[in-house]
Write a protein that binds this ligand. Structure first.
Ligand code: ADP
Ligand code: ADP
Length: 232
């Protein structure tokens, strides 16, 4: 079964065609790369699948069901979570608040839930090797590579069925990239489907099973990563 299927997606911004008829399918449980140069339409695809913009025309299916994703809440309901490249943490909120948004109402019951939630956030960060993160510190106090890791940790905390990683290594190096590899491996063992947006073939080779290349807003097909030669 496919986790995701895009059929002939077109997205125009005024006279610009960000996507001009992109079609591809992502199988359940695979790590699927979406690869392309700047301007190829990767960010637009991420926004469509996160409920931030609507396609002009075309069909999106999630686990075999045709869906409308017109708001972020639609994506969340369908189990799609995104770690954005332009980190989406709110700078003046703590890590716990960011991780629990929008599930932290300021009612009495909310306070109880929130305390409970903070324990869950701490346990989650310990589990995925980020025990050093102080969840009561505001997001802006962390450096960019930490914020990118927290952004990824937050998407995972929300128990995705489909995880979108938008250029997840843009601020990472060395050990942090190994950390990401461990996360991707664990999710795969748990049956989560991951979409890995990148413009670096070396990373795709390391992390992904199949890849779809976007060029000028269209896909040029999908192939097994293992079948792609080094000079592609
Ligand atoms: P990528 O992420 O692969 O670099 P984008 O999806 O950001 O590609 O952009 C694809 C094309 O659409 C580019 O030509 C870009 O300038 C254009 N584009 C993207 N977003 C907008 C927007 N909000 N308004 C106008 N043009 C846009
Ligand atoms: P990326 O590194 O993801 O390719 P871009 O530089 O293509 O980033 O775009 C950064 C952001 O600006 C994206 O959210 C994209 O949709 C938006 N954008 C890109 N091109 C335009 C444009 N011509 N007009 C308005 N917004 C744009």
């Amino acid at each position: 079964q496919d986790a995701l299927r895009l059929e002939n997606i077109v997205k125009t911004y005024g006279a610009t065609r960000a996507l001009g008829g992109a079609s591809f399918s992502v199988r359940c449980g695979e790590v699927h790369a979406l690869l392309g140069e700047n301007g190829a339409g990767k960010s637009t695809a991420v926004k469509l699948l996160s409920g931030l913009v609507r396609p002009s025309t075309g069909i999106i299916e999630v686990f075999g069901q045709k869906v409308e994703m017109t708001r972020p809440a639609d994506a969340h309901r369908l189990g799609v979570q995104t770690a954005f490249q332009e980190i989406s943490l709110v700078p003046d909120l703590t890590i716990a608040e960011n991780m629990l948004l929008p599930y932290a109402p300021r009612t009495a019951l909310g306070v109880l839930r929130r305390r409970r939630g903070e324990e869950e956030v701490e346990a989650h960060l310990r589990r995925i090797g980020l025990a050093e993160i102080d969840i009561r510190a505001e997001a802006h106090t962390f450096d960019l590579s930490q914020r990118q890791k927290i952004e990824i940790a937050r998407a995972v905390f929300r128990k995705p069925r489909i995880l979108l990683l938008d250029e997840p290594t843009s601020a990472l190096s060395g050990d942090d990239i190994d950390w990401l590899g461990d996360i991707i491996g664990q999710l795969k063992r748990d049956g989560v489907t991951t979409i890995f947006i990148s413009h670096r073939m070396a990373e795709v080779r390391r992390f992904c099973d199949r890849l779809t290349i976007l060029r000028n807003g269209r896909d040029t097909g999908t192939s097994d990563v293992a079948s792609v030669s080094d000079d592609d």
